[in-house]
Design a protein around this ligand. Structure first.
Ligand code: R5P
Length: 320
């Protein structure tokens, strides 16, 4: 039997559970949490999960969210669940994937280790900051790609605007490989931006490598946090002659003043998934905002994992 739980700090969890109900009715389970006066959290399954295939939906965007997920894995493990799959739409801490400076933490590897120590037997996640982080785990990782949602969206946009010429833009070197997948799949030119950083969340200078004159640019990034990277790129692209800029992002964290920063930038359209939501549609005055839901895609991947079926057919392109 399958039992799927939306953990308290997941925002998109209930949407995935609803989508799943149309594929496997009765798959939703109940989970309860108690928070003690000092902030300590306890997690409990009110009903038996013995011998069940347990799926726990929670992004790891905050320490509390991580702790809830670890405790739920731990509770399911000691309650004799058959398997425990952590469904992590946004894998927070994935940006800490290497020793980029001396004596720095590598949170992504640590999170992989503690999830496995807590009893997790499989992970389903989307657009890891670096795809090779799958190898931080010794358990299977189903790595879902936003290309599945974004490529059909871009194709429709192109079909509806045959008079316009588009290009794909990578906002930094790290995004280049992903952007190349889009450029190949859609047969569009690829333009690269070179980002100089002076510190975390601080972008100093962006250089455009390629010609964007009269082109409609589609900027693709995995994360928008403060929106420094994406807006600086958009502005430079417009100054370099681009006709318009559409920014597409898998994980819109939109922290701090990000919404205003985007609204005041040269980004015409912002297209995001809801891995970190569903957030209230941000209040933009100038930017056209489009949200693409991950719920049905994740529901299908959960069903495939439960039924031991391949998930390859759910991808728009082979992005491995
Ligand atoms: C960096 O390598 C990521 O792919 C994103 O570009 C970055 O995390 C975005 O951060 P911010 O929006 O704060 O510039």
């Amino acid at each position: 039997m399958i039992k799927v739980f939306a953990l308290p700090s997941t925002k998109v969890g209930p949407d995935i559970i609803n989508a799943l109900a149309s594929l496997i009715p009765g798959s939703a389970g109940r989970i309860s949490t108690t928070v003690f006066s000092d902030g300590e959290t306890e997690v409990r399954f009110p009903e038996s999960v013995r011998g069940e295939s347990v799926f726990l939906i929670q992004s790891t965007h905050s320490p509390q969210a991580i702790m809830e997920l670890l405790l739920a894995c731990n509770a399911a493990h000691y309650a004799s669940a058959k398997s425990i799959t952590a469904v992590i739409p946004y894998f927070g801490y994935a940006r800490q994937d290497r020793k980029s400076v001396a004596r720095v933490s590598m949170g992504a590897r640590l999170l992989a280790d503690v999830l496995q120590a807590a009893g997790c037997t499989r992970v389903i996640t989307m657009d890891l900051h670096a795809a090779q982080e799958q190898a931080f785990f010794s358990i299977p990782v189903d790595h879902v790609h936003a290309t599945t949602l974004f490529i059909p969206y871009i194709q429709k946009l192109m079909d509806a605007n045959l008079d316009k010429e588009y290009c794909i833009v990578a906002p930094d070197a790290g995004a280049a490989k992903n952007a190349e997948l889009y450029s190949k799949a859609l047969n569009l030119p690829l333009v690269l931006c070179h980002k100089h950083r002076s510190g975390p969340n601080q972008v100093d200078k962006i250089q455009v490598i390629g010609d964007v004159n009269h082109l409609h640019c589609i900027l693709i990034d995995d994360i928008i946090d403060t929106a420094g990277t994406i807006t600086k790129c958009a502005n430079v692209l417009r100054f370099s002659g681009a006709e318009s800029v559409t920014a597409m992002c898998t994980h819109p964290l939109l922290s701090g003043d990000a919404i205003n920063t985007i609204d005041e930038s040269h980004i015409d359209n912002l297209v995001c998934t809801d891995t970190t939501g569903p957030f209230q549609s941000p209040e933009f005055k100038n930017t056209n905002f489009i949200k693409l839901s991950i719920s049905m895609l994740f529901a299908q991947v959960i069903v495939a994992a439960f039924q031991d079926k391949s998930i390859e057919s759910l991808y728009a392109i082979d992005s491995h």
